[in-house]
Design a protein around this ligand. Sequence first.
Ligand code: IMP
Length: 195
Amino acid sequence: MELVFATNNAHKLNEVRAITGARFSIKSLKELGCYDEIPETGDTLIANALEKVDYIHNKFHCNCFADDTGLEIEALNGKPGVYSARYAGEHCSFKDNIEKVLREMQGVTHRKACFTTVIALILNETCYLFEGRIDGEITESERGTNGFGYDPIFKPVGYEITFAEMTDAEKNSISHRALATKKLNDFLQTCPILK
Ligand code: IMP
């Protein structure tokens, strides 16, 4: 069965394809022939995931899903949250975002944070939501070079290393996105309308 994932991020596509396996053919936006800048104007992760999946569904009338992720830091009242990608400004880099967070967290002892991913799926005209969350803390400085985004400053609970010090396989076995994707996959594998 074919499902469109509203992304062109190769890292995310690999992670999702590894979990959903051969029964599902996961197509990217490029493979669908969609090169649009998909709007992301919501002020929650759910609103953004729904906005993206609705856009693709309305335009292409296919079964599809979209995700949205945010890093919430307790001492910053949940920031950067839904604005994680552009926290340091419109065209900022991952490094700019990390530097801004470390600056704001300077001298702060309460460093608890979590990553949350929301996946919105539209299957046969019905919408479903899946969520994955991992708790951890913000380190005092950057550690590690793997992964992307805030990985060098996020240390999951129960680990002494950051996401960026883990192998891809290690991170992908525990990450927020993996947890949400596993829920999506469990649903797809057992969904009566797909049997
Ligand atoms: P997106 O909704 O998946 O595009 O994520 C929004 C932003 O959150 C990204 O631009 C990254 O800065 C950050 N982010 C998402 N997933 C991760 C992750 O697995 N590790 C670190 N940062 C992430």
